[in-house]
Each structure stands twice: as C-alpha cells, then as structure tokens.
Design a protein around this ligand. Structure first.
Ligand code: ADP
Length: 635
C-alpha cells in the first residue's frame, strides 16, 4: 500500500519525539499501556451487555514481550482493537487530550523546555522516542480481519492487511541503537520493564503480564554427597507486574502527594499538577470512594461546546461511564476525578443511571465536599485560590445567577471581587468585616476596569464619604450581585442610586426645593434632548463633574451593552437620567444662557449630554453633530 503522510499538526509532534533529547524517555511505556488499558475498558464494557464478546473480566490483560534477538519490545492487549480506518484516523492524526494540549503549549512557546514532555499525556507518538520503527497490528472487535500500520517516523506510514487470531492490538517497537549515552537496550531487560510498570502503571486495573525467567537451585539428592555442588535450572513463568490496586482504594495515609498528582496528570492529560485533591471513602447509606481534583488551568476545550463535564464512574473497579455528568453540578463542572461505588450494577444503562437515587445522593455529597475543598483553599492558600479563580471564577458567578439563584447560598462565600479598599480581590465576607457600623449598604459600581469604575463621577462621592466600593469588572458580576440582593443583612447598592447615601430631613427638604427652583432648567433639558433621556434631575451624587448619566430601574447600561453583545439586542433599554450638578460652573453657565440666549443654552445642553454619555461609556448617537457643536461653540 502506498505510503501516506502524517497530518501536518502531527508531524511536528512526531519530529519532536523522533529527535527528542528528553531524558525521561521511559514514559513511552506508560503511554502505550494506558492506551491498551483504555482499549480494554471499551471491550470490557461491551462484554457486560454483549455475550458475544465471550470474555469476562478476568480474561483481559496487557502483555509485554521483550525480544533481544529481534531487538523489539511488544505491548499487546486484548481490547477493542482498531479497524483499518481507525488505524489511519487515530495514529495518523494527532489525537485529542494530552498530545493536543502539548502541541498547543509548544505553539504558544510555553513548552520550550523539552524536559516537560513527561508532564503531558503525549500519547502514542512517544514510542518514537525509543523506537525507529513502529508496527501496530490490530484487529477490531467484530471484524474478521486484522491490519498492520507501519511507520519509520516522519516520512509517513503504511496500512496493510495482517493476521491476528483475536481482537486486540500489538504495538511492536524496533528499538533504536544505543548512542550518545542512551541505552535503549535497557527496554529489553525484564527488570527495567518491571520497575517501569511499578513506577508508572501500577494502578492500571488489568494485569500487565510478562514472561519472566527464573533460576532455581535443583533439589539436592538426599542424603547430600560430600562433594555436592548445587545445580541450577531456569524456567519461564508469566508474572503480573502491577498491583492493580486503584489509587482510590488505597488508604489515604498511604498515598503520597506525588502519586495523587501523577495519577491526575496521566489520567486527564493535564501538564500542570492539580491545585487540590480530595480523597473520599464513604460508608453508610451509599458506599463509594472518590478522588476529586481541582485543576489549575482550564482544559483547552473548556469554553467550547465540546467540553463535557463529568466524573469517571466505576463499579468495584470496572469503568461503567467515562463522563458521568450527573455527578457534578454545572457550577463545579471544572472538577475532574473518579467515583467508584459497588452499589451500581455493572450493566446499568445510561438512562436508568440518570434517574438513580444513589447517584443523586452521591452527587449532593460531592457538591458539599467540593465546596469545602474550595473554602479550605481560599482560607489556607490564597495564592492557589487566585490561580483557581483566574481559571474558573466566572463559572461560580454564573452558578449564582443560574436557575434563578438556587445556588447562591452555596456559592456566595467563594466569590471574589475587586474593591476600592484592597490591593487584591476580596470576598464579600472580607468587605463585610471591613464595613464600619454606620455603613448601611454594600456599594458597587460597574466599569470596564477597576480604574474606569473608580473614575466614574458617581463613585467619587461614596469614596469621599469613606465607604468601600466593589468594582464590578466582568459582565457577569452585576448579574451575580443582583441575584444575591444582599449579603449578611446588608443590601447591595449601586453608587448611582440616588438613595446610596443616607440623607437627613434637612437635606431632603433642600433637595426638593432645589428641584422645584430648577424646574425650568430641567424641563428645558428634557425638551431639548427629547427621547434621548427619560428625564433630567438635580444631582446629589456628583462632586467635581458637571453632569452624569445614570440608569433608572433595574437595567444598567452595562447590562444593556451585554445583551446587545451577546443576544444582538437588549430586552429593553436602560432608562437614561441626565443628572446636573448645580454647583458646577458649567451648569451655572447653562443657567445664565437660558435667560439670555436660548439657542446657546440648547447647545450647552447637548454638549453636557454628550459628556455624560461619554463618561458613562455610552456611544454618541451622532458623532458628526457633536463635532459641529463643539466647533460652533468655539467661535
Ligand atoms: P490519546 O490516548 O491521548 O487519545 P494517543 O496518541 O495515545 O492519544 O492515541 C490515539 C488514539 O489511538 C487513541 O485515542 C485510541 O483511539 C487509539 N489507540 C491507541 N492505542 C490503542 C490500542 N492499543 N488499542 C485501541 N486503540 C488504540
């Protein structure tokens, strides 16, 4: 069959593997074993419901066959196998998970240091770090014929017909010649292979077996002659090299942090260790063991439709579902891990499982544990929590808003916001604890950045009154705050709200008087601007600025913008209120003009209106009109 080229994206990764100067080349073995184990998982799962498979759990195995004469190492499995098309598709293109992440990191320059190769699940291609020829003979379950995939590396691969008695896959590595201090021979040495399996693949749930040569002393004749010299004989025996004890089944005290991390990185193909791990062994109404990980970065597809949340679900060590979404609520969809419970029947269907009561009990329990883990991180290791927040913070805020605020109690203490009083981000508890007795509300302002939010005219007077203001810099922040409504007895209040600062009766009286006196001015503004504003008001929230635009009612300008951006149009417009600062010289100039020159006064109103729009981050309806206006006022 004609030679085919690798897809370009794969080629680069392959080149890197072929020419790798990476020092821990042994990881190739764990990658091949892990692929074999995945392939067995698939067939083992099928065998639960399909008698035709004809294999039971005890029949599955992975074998290693080193052959010094041909200088090959073969990794075989009796798993699902691959069809000719699958051989091409899976081995000719860079697959999902680990290898793709690695390639992305390479492209982004994060992985300049080849020494981090081992942290990725680099997959099948890692075979080329130790082999200069790779042959894969595979027969897919349900297919009568087998096929051979063969490649010498970057120049391409071929796929031909082959022979194989039963479904499964053999990966045959023709090891490179020893060179430059690299001893590839060692991968033919049973002791090295045993040690590697112990180190990287011990928890694999199927036996990894190898035929090992044993030397015994022959039994001595009885009685022993005086000049007896012991004689030895050798024989070969199949041995299982791994303990098959899943990590989650081991007592917590016996598991080292590195083991938890390594398990996570290998299983989920993340090149960063996790931020935290929770290991649970629960006995009672439901029995289960679980390992829950909080990743330190979002997987590459996290924000795409392709991302599927869920934990791996096992029943007594047998994988029954790869991504069981029902085990995780949406707001904790970033969590990865495994749950193993003997209470699920092995051949439970997905549909039945979804309504299973045990499953929802476990899910409710896990939700609490995840929350506790995040709280612990927040309390004990702020830096790590910030890493978490950077990756997944918005997810928690969406969690507050979703389902009409059902989860707000659960999540409110995990949220972080920027604030006027703290360097870094603050929790609501921290804000609340900093509040003086006299402060009635928790203040917030929406802005594109901390700096812009702080510079808004309406923020100024709250800050001047000595109160702390939360700076809501993300679209979702404001929705989250509105859903929460209050925190520990204090209501959230926008700095633009006329009631944001408590007023004395005398102040209220004065404001009323001012409003009445200024009625002609305010009416003139409304007449001049028409539908561009709902109304003009005397402002009590401005200090150094002449005017500002505030939104009346529940809809803010930022929400309006958000809906326009995301949905194409806002369900309703924010109601625009033009607020005038009567003490400001510019507003006084307007008042004077109103008595002497109405045309000029109208121009002033339009100019101030434009200023208010710009300060609030609103677009000008007619930029040309605005420039004409400025020019006409200048001469
Ligand atoms: P990954 O394991 O991260 O998906 P790999 O490059 O290791 O990437 O493998 C690519 C794909 O080839 C796998 O996803 C799997 O579908 C297939 N594959 C690899 N090894 C085997 C095997 N021993 N048996 C069946 N399929 C395999």
């Amino acid at each position: 069959m004609a030679k085919k080229q690798f897809k370009t994206e794969s080629k680069r990764l392959l080149d890197l593997m072929v020419n790798s100067i990476y020092t821990h080349k042994d990881i190739f073995l764990r990658e091949l074993i892990s692929n074999a184990s995945d392939a067995i998982d698939k067939l083992a799962y099928l065998s639960l419901t399909d008698e035709k498979v004809g294999l039971s759990r005890g029949d599955f195995q992975i074998t290693l066959t080193p052959d010094k004469a041909s200088r090959t190492l073969t990794v075989s499995d009796n798993g699902m196998g691959m069809t000719a098309e699958e051989l091409e598709k899976n081995l000719g293109t860079i697959a999902k998970s680990g290898s793709l992440q690695f390639k992305k990191a390479l492209d982004e320059g994060e992985a300049k240091d080849v020494d981090i190769i081992g942290q990725f699940g680099v997959g099948f291609y890692s075979a080329f770090m130790v082999a200069d020829e790779v042959t894969v003979i595979s027969r897919a379950y349900g297919e009568p014929d087998a096929h051979r995939w063969f490649s010498k590396g970057a120049d391409g691969y071929t796929v031909d017909d082959a022979q194989r008695d039963a479904p499964g896959t053999d990966v045959i590595l023709k090891l490179k010649e020893n060179a430059d201090g690299e001893n590839y021979d060692s991968y033919l040495d049973p002791h090295t292979l045993m040690a590697l399996v112990k180190k990287h693949s011990d928890y694999i749930r199927y036996p990894i077996r190898m035929e090992v040569e044993h030397t015994h002393e022959k039994p001595a004749p009885d009685p022993k002659p005086e000049d007896y010299k012991p004689e030895y004989e050798t024989h070969k025996e199949w041995e299982t090299l791994n303990s098959m004890q899943p990590l989650w089944n081991r007592p917590k005290k016996d598991v080292k942090q590195e083991e938890y991390d390594q398990f996570y990185q290998e299983k989920f193909g993340d090149w960063q260790p996790p931020l935290a791990v929770t290991h649970l062994a629960v006995e009672g109404a439901v029995n289960y063991k679980a390992l829950l990980y909080i990743p330190s970065q979002a997987p590459y597809d996290y924000f795409t439709r392709d991302f599927e949340k869920g934990l791996q679900l096992y029943s007594s060590g047998v994988l029954i579902m790869d991504k069981c979404g029902e085990l995780l609520p949406e707001h904790f969809r970033f969590v990865r891990g495994v749950v193993d419970s003997p209470d699920f029947s092995l051949n439970i269907s997905r549909e039945i499982l979804q309504q299973d009561r045990q499953l929802s009990v476990i899910a409710a329990n896990l939700e609490k544990k995840i929350k506790a883990e995040l709280e612990k991180l927040l309390k004990d290791d702020r830096e790590k929590y910030l890493t978490f927040w950077k990756a997944f913070g918005p997810q928690l805020k969406y969690g507050v808003v979703s389902e009409f605020g059902t989860h707000k109690e659960l999540l409110k203490d995990l949220l972080l916001f920027w604030s006027s009083k703290a360097e870094g981000m603050s929790t609501l508890r921290e804000y609340r604890d900093r509040m003086p007795e006299s402060q009635q509300f928790i203040y917030y302002v929406r802005g594109e950045s901390k700096e812009k939010a702080a510079a808004l005219p309406q923020t100024e007077r709250i800050l001047d009154a000595g109160f702390e203001v939360l700076y809501l810099t993300e679209d979702i922040d404001e929705f989250a705050i509105q859903t929460l409504n209050d925190y520990d007895g204090k209501v959230f209040k926008s700095v633009s709200d006329p009631d944001a600062l408590p007023e004395t009766d005398a102040q209220k009286e004065e404001a009323k008087k001012q409003g009445e006196e200024s009625k002609p001015l305010l009416d003139f503004c409304k007449e001049t601007l028409g539908d561009a504003i709902k109304e003009a008001r005397v402002s009590h929230i401005l200090k150094s600025a002449p005017v500002c635009m505030t939104a009346d009612g529940p809809m803010s300008f930022e929400m309006e913008r958000y809906f326009e951006k995301v949905e194409g149009s806002a369900p309703m417009k924010a109601e625009r209120i033009l607020e005038l600062n009567l003490d400001h010289p510019a507003v006084q100039a307007l008042k004077a003009a109103l008595d002497s020159d109405k045309d000029k006064a109208a121009k002033y109103v339009k100019l101030l209106h434009a200023q208010a729009c710009l300060a609030a981050g609103l677009e000008l309806a007619d930029v040309a009109e605005y420039t004409d206006l400025v020019c006409s006022l200048m001469h």
